[in-house]
Design a protein around this ligand. Structure first.
Ligand code: GLA
Length: 511
């Protein structure tokens, strides 16, 4: 007779299967495996969703997390058996981005908590099962060979207009755009040269069965809106991304470039801002030229002149290839904010890019914050002056219905705009930097020059420009102070003026 023994193979096998069964029963109750979605519905009828596509083996969890435009791979999971901490990682250009999510299964729900930054508030959400594959990063489409996109002939001077993002962000809608067109047409801005009324991110809903892009509830009739803006003698702009999603997590143009360009043309769109954003999950910075070329070609094919504005934050030395993809302007920096620090840091750092701008193709240090309330009037004059010297696009970013006369006067100063729009299109350069002060000069047509004396310091300062610094032997014949609206008699060697803290004096020499 066989004696019972713990070593017996039958007992070992039975015990093993019993243990496995117990594990399966206990873990199936809180197994995280599955595709989960936490929906965040928006008033415009769209939804900002977080997908967690998870596989659990024992206490190890792998898979992907998609947060609007970002697609992370899970590189680490800790904790358990109930609550896990997942670390997601993705490459963004040459930087690695990380996110941390705490997840716990509760019945048929996944309870999820995260922070945007380690020190910011805890965001809690509940995810539910989603169909397998939903929310997954689409396959990476092959890129075209590089070639030079023919010039569209637009933007012979830097584009001027208004853009919704800085003031309205996701609150932009059809009535607001119409109201801005009304304002530009009636408050002197149109006469001053402002032309484009541009809708930034958050106008999209999704795609119809044929893949056509459709606007969300905020924009019930894009063609009607374009007709309205055109009826005011103005032009209209729109926004998209080469990625599957825009920065705000709305539908991008990925794989639909030609189709979208045709739709824009059919609506009567005159300007496209094309924002890298969601493309970062699929492509490297080295791919940007080919990615942007795709839309450059598509816009030309669409058969309507559409100004092409590249927005990829000045990465991959865009100024060296922006014109080749048909770009009329390219962002040279990350996003501006309505503060002296942000504006001055961006504006005064543009000197070395001057040689790359020319008629039809402009450096874009981002949109104006003038009138949004975060800077003083002197600081906003510095903003306007710098952008004019840089031959930058002048896209107002404030609510044009409620501007003070002082702000309107800054935005519509025709002498300063004349500097920005000078037809030779040569941006200014820094010619001196005594301490906290900077002197910049821009060559203008007709052998004139614009000279700006900037005071970045916190106290008023006397600033001197010598004519020899400008490469001229004697005092220029005639000069005008473009903010004081005064003609000046210049001394023979140099000119000295006291400039307010965070202020500027802008002269046009050689009247
Ligand atoms: C990026 C751009 C901004 C704006 C937002 C919209 O941050 O740089 O100018 O378009 O996206 O989401």
């Amino acid at each position: 007779m066989k004696r019972f023994s713990f070593e017996s193979p039958t007992v070992i096998r039975t015990a093993f299967f019993f243990a496995l069964l117990c594990f399966a029963i206990s873990s199936s109750a809180n197994d995280l495996t599955g595709n989960w979605v936490a929906r965040n519905p928006q008033p415009d009828g769209t939804s900002r969703d977080t997908y967690l596509d998870l596989q659990q083996v024992g206490s190890r969890i792998t898979g992907h997390i998609r947060v609007t435009q970002f697609y992370y791979s899970i590189v680490e999971s800790t904790g358990g058996p109930d609550t896990f901490i997942l670390t997601g990682s993705m490459m963004d250009g040459h930087n690695e981005r990380h996110v941390k999510y705490e997840v716990k299964r509760v019945g048929d729900e996944l309870h999820v908590a995260t922070r945007r930054r380690p020190d910011s508030e805890l965001i809690e959400m509940v995810a539910h099962p989603a169909p397998a594959g939903e929310g997954r990063l689409p396959a990476r489409l092959p890129l075209p060979e590089l070639h030079d996109v023919p010039n569209n002939g637009l933007a012979q001077t830097p584009p001027m207009g208004w853009n919704s993002w800085n003031k309205f962000a996701e609150r932009v809608d059809d009535p607001a755009v119409r109201a801005m067109a009304d304002a530009i047409a009636s408050n002197g801005m149109k006469e001053a040269g402002y032309q484009y009324v541009n809708i930034d991110d958050t106008w999209q809903f999704g795609r119809d069965a044929k893949g056509n892009i459709i606007p969300n509830k905020k924009f019930p009739d894009m063609k009607g809106l374009a007709d309205y803006v055109h009826s005011k003698g103005l032009r209209i702009g729109i926004y998209s991304s080469p990625g599957p999603k825009t920065c705000a997590g709305y539908e991008g143009s990925y794989g639909h470039e030609e189709q979208d360009a045709k739709t824009y043309a059919a609506w009567g769109i005159d300007y496209l801002k094309y924002d890298w954003c969601g493309a970062r999950s699929l492509y490297a910075d080295e791919d940007m030229q080919a990615v942007y070329q795709k839309m450059g070609d598509a816009l030309l094919k669409a058969g309507r002149p559409i100004l092409y504005s590249l927005c990829q934050y000045g990465r991959a030395e865009v100024w060296t290839w922006g014109a080749k993809v048909g770009g009329n302007a390219w962002r040279t920096t990350g996003d501006i904010r309505d503060s002296w620090e942000s504006m001055s840091k961006i504006g005064f750092a543009q000197d070395a890019l001057a040689p790359f701008a020319r008629p039809g193709h402009w450096n874009d240090p981002d949109m104006l914050e003038i009138g949004n309330g975060g800077m003083t009037e002197d600081e906003y004059k510095v903003h306007m002056t710098l952008w004019a010297l840089l031959a930058a696009p002048l896209l107002a970013g404030n609510d044009l219905r409620e501007m003070s006369p002082a702000i309107a006067a800054i935005l519509t100063n025709s002498d300063v705009i004349g500097v920005d729009q000078d037809k030779e299109g040569k941006p200014g350069r820094r010619i001196g930097k005594p301490g906290d002060q900077e002197i910049w000069a821009r060559p203008l047509s007709g052998r004139k020059q614009a000279v700006a004396l900037f005071n970045r310091g916190a106290e008023p300062a006397a600033i001197t420009v010598r004519w020899s610094d400008l490469g001229v032997k004697s005092a220029p014949a005639g000069a005008r102070d473009l903010w004081a609206h005064k003609d000046l008699n210049l001394p023979s060697q140099e000119y000295t003026a006291t400039v307010p803290a965070h202020g500027v004096i802008l002269l046009r020499l050689g009247n």
